[in-house]
Design a protein around this ligand. Structure first.
Ligand code: SF4
Length: 300
């Protein structure tokens, strides 16, 4: 499906976030041509009265001036150099980034400001920016997470119609880790009855370890309104026999009951320990210690 690209400048680059693990987010694009059936952003689109169904990902907003706006925001005296999450509401390395290079421009701005940040992506294109990521990691805390919920080709094809094959993500991870950048794998979202089979989870953790992942974590599918309608429609098309199970598991809830989600997370943690997943980078790029710490040491 062809996407339309709308080049629309933005007034603000950094978004204040509440109720998440990070306080600030940054999204150079709005909308995502990867169009994953489980995409949680569909829920935000519904709330914003934008298409969340099969039309999601067919019209992408391109914030053409975002890197300049970001530079101005990072230079404000009131800015406290808080960590910025890139890619929370769209994939920053979807194909448009090959042409527009907006994510790269933002990484350069963050590196120049020695500002910590994290990136989450399914896009192997990120290896193009290994140089900027390495430079940024020398100046501030930087981490990259590759979303790899499964390596099963059939599940991938049916649930992520627009992404590159997941093994390409692991190759990209390997290249970043070799460059000294901390990179991990997020098995998310795990789909009950589809990608939660122990042998499938084990395959991802084993291959993540082989690629050099510094960590792995897992999360199960959330079905908020917007995501729910589209996902269940796709489920009825691809795995009709599972529809009753999902209806009973989720009911009217957005989240799986703890008794269902916790065992999946525990399995992944157990696999992680068994395979010895940890930070094994040969070169661990990291910022120099904070000046206060140096002052303290000088006073000893
Ligand atoms: S890559 Fe991420 S943002 Fe894009 S459609 Fe998939 S889940 Fe949504």
């Amino acid at each position: 499906m062809r996407a339309e690209y709308r080049e629309e400048p933005c007034k603000a680059a950094l978004n204040r976030v509440k109720g998440m693990a990070f306080a600030w987010s940054l999204n150079p694009y709005m909308g995502c041509v990867h169009r994953c059936t489980f995409c949680y952003v569909r829920a935000f689109e519904l709330r914003a009265d934008r298409p969340y169904d099969a039309r999601y990902g067919t019209s992408i907003r391109v914030k053409v001036n975002i890197a300049e706006v970001l530079r101005r925001e990072l230079a404000r005296p009131a800015w406290q150099r808080e960590a910025v999450a890139i890619g929370a509401a769209t994939d920053p390395y979807q194909p448009a980034e090959g042409r527009y290079r907006l994510t790269r421009g933002c990484l350069e701005a963050l590196a120049d400001a020695s500002n910590p940040f994290s990136v989450i992506t399914r896009g192997p294109l990120i290896v193009r920016d290994a140089d900027v990521l390495a430079e940024a990691a020398r100046r501030a805390d930087v981490s990259v997470t590759f979303s790899v919920p499964t390596l099963d080709p059939e599940i991938w094809r049916r649930t992520e119609p627009g992404t590159a094959p997941p093994r390409q993500r692991l190759r990209a991870l390997s290249m970043l880790v070799d460059a000294g950048v901390r990179a991990s794998v997020g098995l998310a979202p795990i789909l009950p009855g589809i990608s939660d089979r122990p042998e499938l989870l084990a395959e991802v953790v084993r291959e993540a370890r082989a690629a050099g992942a510094c960590g792995v974590w897992a999360n199960t599918l959330h079905l908020r309104p917007g995501t729910r309608e589209h996902f269940l429609e796709c489920l009825a098309r691809d795995w009709p026999e599972l529809v009753p199970r999902y209806e009973s598991l989720y009911g009217r809830r957005a989240y799986l009951p703890r008794a269902e989600s916790e065992p999946v997370r525990e399995t992944v943690q157990r696999l992680s320990r068994r395979h010895g997943v940890r930070d094994r980078r040969r070169v661990k790029l990291a910022p120099p210690p904070e000046p206060q710490q140096l002052d303290l040491l000088a006073g000893l």
